[in-house]
Design a protein around this ligand. Structure first.
Ligand code: ADP
Ligand code: MG
Length: 365
């Protein structure tokens, strides 16, 4: 297969810089996810790799060789599955998949063999004669995937391949894409705006914002140890507290948050020293909350508050707890939740699951 490197890649349009100085490398056989909000430059990055856009500066390197403007898209050995890159409606499934091979003048016998192989790979072996309109959304996605794979590309680019599918089909296709990618060992970039999709599919995840990479790491690194409040927010952390570092206490670092002491394990607060302003981020599922017994405040990691809002979310109940800090806490209770709005509660913030950042905002105090 192949290694892919992007070196200081940049793309300016008239009014916007879509991609700014983006560098990363994808190892042979690796699946990397580009994760970010709409407009952050994900599609533009893929289009430069595919050869549909010329970078303003920087380069795309495959197996050590630069793919410059002299290598047009059709000469790049790259399989593409783009957003809204629809199937040809007037062609059968077979002809849709065979298209790329015919363009490359692959002999008919070889074409038949490879199309059959690609359709078997996406588990649609008997649908070659059907027309796209007769297929379900999920089947159409599979045909599009077969079309991207049939040329046996060195590199596979998937741009939001699952965004048009309903929740159940999306999970099914996630499993298929992961199976095929691992089976073929094909070097892949998948673009998504869904954090769960990124962490469940990819070997590594790059979180993008405004054309730049904010963090690149394993799914566990970006999910559990986001490198900034922005990434934490994007990865689903919901509670953010302002605090002031008070230095080390035993195996922990203490923070004063609205007059209350919050302890964080040393490993989670590396580089924090007494006097530094900080932001503490906590995942909802790591905050536990129970009816107030009156006397626990002051115990390690326990503060008291009042339930201001309760929202039933089906798989979990989301609470908003006020009164403990200047900011609200947002615990999430899976299963039965007997607490009601107005209830006094005690809340536990576990020292080993709080991420800490140096507060850099203008309103730092
Ligand atoms: P994403 O795929 O992350 O949603 P895009 O790469 O499509 O983001 O777009 C990044 C930015 O570049 C957006 O602000 C978008 O409006 C702009 N953009 C993308 N393509 C063009 C183009 N052909 N001409 C001008 N601006 C563009
Ligand atoms: Mg896009």
């Amino acid at each position: 297969m192949a290694t892919l490197e992007l070196v200081h890649l940049r793309k300016e349009y008239k009014r916007v810089t879509a991609v700014k100085d983006l560098s990363l490398s994808v190892a042979d056989g690796e699946m990397l996810a580009l994760l970010g909000e709409s407009g952050c430059g994900k599609t533009t990055t893929l289009r430069m790799i595919a050869g549909f856009e010329t970078p303003t500066s920087g380069k795309v390197v495959v197996d050590g060789k630069e793919l410059g403007p002299n290598v047009p898209a059709y000469k790049r050995n790259i399989g593409i599955f783009f957003q809204n890159y629809a199937l040809f409606p007037h062609m059968s499934v077979y002809d849709n998949v065979a298209f790329g091979l015919r363009m490359r003048r692959v002999p008919p016998e070889e074409t038949r063999k490879r199309v059959d192989e690609a359709l078997a790979m996406v588990r649609l072996p008997d649908l070659g004669d059907e027309y796209p309109r007769r297929l379900s959304g999920g089947q159409q996605q599979r045909v599009a995937l077969a079309r991207a794979l049939v040329t046996r590309p060195q590199i596979l680019l998937l741009d939001e391949p699952l965004s048009n599918l309903d929740a159940k089909l999306r999970v099914e296709m996630q499993v298929e894409i992961k199976r095929i990618q691992r089976e073929l060992g094909i070097t892949t970039i998948i673009v998504t705006h869904d954090q769960e999709e990124a962490v469940s599919l990819a070997h590594r995840v790059a979180v993008m914002r405004h054309g730049e990479i904010m963090q690149l790491g394993t799914p566990e690194e970006v999910f559990d140890h986001p490198s900034s409040p922005f990434v934490a927010d994007f990865m689903g952390f919901q509670t953010f507290l302002r605090g002031n570092c008070q230095g080390q206490v035993g195996d922990c670092v203490a923070f004063n948050c609205s007059g209350k002491r919050v302890l964080v394990e040393k490993d989670m607060a590396v580089g924090m020293e007494a006097g530094m302003p900080a932001i503490l981020a906590i995942r909802s599922e790591n905050i536990s909350v129970r009816p107030s017994k009156g006397a626990s405040e002051g115990e390690q990691g326990i503060v008291s508050g009042v339930i201001a809002h309760k929202t039933y979310r089906g798989h979990a109940t989301r609470l908003e707890v006020t009164g403990a800090f200047a900011e609200s806490l947002f615990p999430s209770i899976v299963g039965r939740c007997d607490l009601s709005e107005g209830d006094e509660v005690e809340v536990e913030l576990p020292a080993d699951s709080i991420c800490v950042y140096v507060e850099k905002g203008q309103d730092a105090n």
